[in-house]
Design a protein around this ligand. Structure first.
Ligand code: NDP
Length: 476
């Protein structure tokens, strides 16, 4: 772990083994922290907060720019670790590791541009101000699907505003995150500003979330975990941002560019073996183009998504992250088939010795998936795509909105009126029109409904780490 500027083992001496989901080999291990280490990290962050918050913002910006430079140099090292612990193809791990540097640069650029307002008041002898103050100690909790991206989404705006951080990554993907924290610290962060603890969420999560000196929780993970955190946060009225599950609908209209739409669907569904919060998880296609669209996406699934070890040449899709995760997706597919769905591609595990020790699954596409099947009512966190035929846009939007989730969404049409209606009526935090579901640093990102609340990315992410205070100044 890294607490108060030092590498720290667990007092208990216990460790957590991190295994490669492609072949089960042990990649490395990390200390298995306990409540003692959580308390030490929060105390360190609380102690470091006043000086970090008071540091001239240009100096904070300089440190974050320096951290970005160091992260750029570390991309190859971090990407390899990430691929081994998470399972994703190396090329995709490189993209993810590079995102940390980009995110650091973006918020380093904003660190010295945070400002309040001058507010004229009715009484000429007085005027008002608003000032923006960093919220304090942030507990940042991240999942295993994009460990580095989701770490960066939290720590970069937090550090830029003057907050201090205790980070807890997922127990199965702590390695690249640990190295990233060491590297960022080496750019000149004062001790205690950025700490990392390891340990099972079930064992140390409550202590971190409930700690009275934690002022803000930034959480990404399952909706069920988010609900528990929200309840615990209520005890101290701790601020929270929740980035939770999703089941993003895509609507394909009769005038869509089917070649581009099917390419975006395949990437949106099979990238990261389907283990992405923003991902195409349900397709609603107009009847007149359904057959052509389904043929195209099934062909892509069969031909373009080579499955294998993340470090092997030419692989586009790694294994599922855990045995449990694969079993869950397979059960959702089986449920759909039992209720009448047809498999157009995949639905199988790849065969051969090289696949025998990993949690691999082929890219899978299903049609005629009934509305009450698990694939449409739950989040499918794996490489399986349900397709539903619809008759018009109203039906498509109604079905798109039938989920408890509201994270991303997309529509493919050349008709501006249809696009506008979808943009206005789909209940989600993001809608892409004729484009692939890629998030941008410049645009706020976050969910509606049970996908959570609060924003990451954009200027808006800073708001989650700042509190606005009103001031009245009187001439006396
Ligand atoms: P989990 O909710 O299981 O875990 C997320 C993190 O929370 C892990 O670090 C975990 O630790 C920790 N945790 C578990 N229990 C507790 C607890 N009681 N208190 C505090 N922390 C706890 O999610 P997954 O790792 O399974 O991630 C997948 C989910 O994340 C999907 O639902 C996905 O949609 C969602 N997600 C949402 C995104 C968004 O921006 N909306 C982006 C990416 C993913 P440990 O690993 O030790 O259990």
């Amino acid at each position: 772990m890294f607490i108060n500027g030092e590498l720290v083992d667990a007092k208990s001496g216990k460790t957590i083994e991190v295994r490669n989901p492609s072949n089960g080999t042990v990649v490395d291990s990390v200390p298995r922290g306990s409540v003692d280490e959580v308390n030490a990290a929060v105390e360190a962050a609380a102690k470091a907060f006043p000086a970090w918050a008071a540091m001239p913002p240009t100096k904070r910006a300089q440190i974050l720019h320096a951290a970005a430079e160091k992260m750029k140099a570390a991309v190859p090292e971090l990407a390899k670790l990430l691929s081994q612990e998470q399972g994703k193809p190396l090329a995709h791990a490189v993209l993810e590791a590079s995102r940390v540097q980009e995110n650091l640069e973006y918020y380093a650029g904003l660190a010295d541009k945070i400002r309040g307002d001058y507010v004229p008041l009715d009484d000429p002898a007085k005027f008002g101000l608003t000032i923006r103050r960093p919220i304090g100690v942030v507990a940042a909790i991240t999942p295993w699907n994009f460990p580095l991206t989701l770490m960066a989404n939290k720590i970069c705006p937090a550090l830029a505003t003057g907050c201090t951080v205790v980070l807890k990554p997922a127990s199965t993907t702590p390695l690249a995150t640990q190295r990233a924290v060491e590297i960022i610290n080496s750019a000149g962060l004062p001790p205690g500003v950025l700490n990392i603890v390891h340990g099972s969420g079930a064992e140390i999560g409550d202590a971190l979330v409930s700690h009275p000196k934690v002022n803000k929780i930034a959480f990404t993970g399952q909706t069920e975990t988010g609900k528990r955190i929200m309840k615990l946060a209520a005890d101290n009225v701790t601020r929270i941002t929740l980035e939770l599950g999703g089941s993003d609908p895509m609507i394909v209209c009769e005038d869509a560019d089917l070649r581009r739409a099917s390419a975006a669907t395949a990437i949106g569904r099979f990238f990261n073996a389907g283990q992405a919060c923003l991902a195409v998880k349900r397709v609603y296609v107009f009847a007149s183009v359904a057959e052509e669209f389904m043929t195209k996406i099934a062909d892509r699934a069969k031909k373009e998504w080579k499955v294998g070890d993340g470090l092997a040449e030419g692989v586009k899709m790694g294994p599922l992250h855990t045995e449990h995760q694969r079993a869950e997706v397979e059960a959702q597919v089986a449920d759909a088939v039992k209720k009448g769905a047809k498999i157009l591609a995949g639905g199988t595990r790849p065969q051969g010795d090289e696949y025998s020790k990993g949690w691999f699954m082929d890219a899978t596409v299903l049609s005629e998936v009934p509305d009450d099947s698990r694939m449409l009512t739950e989040e499918v966190f794996g490489p399986a795509l349900p397709i539903v035929i619809v008759n018009d846009l109203d039906e498509a939007i109604a079905k798109a909105n039938s989920s408890v989730y509201g994270l991303g969404s997309s529509i493919w049409t050349k008709d501006l009126a249809k696009a506008r209606k979808a943009v206005e009526q789909i209940q989600a935090g993001y809608t892409w029109v004729n484009d692939i579901q890629v998030a941008y640093d410049q645009l706020p990102f976050g969910g509606s409904k049970q996908s959570g609340f609060g924003k990451e990315h954009g200027l808006e992410a800073l708001d989650g780490y700042l509190e606005k205070k009103s001031v009245v100044l009187s001439a006396g």
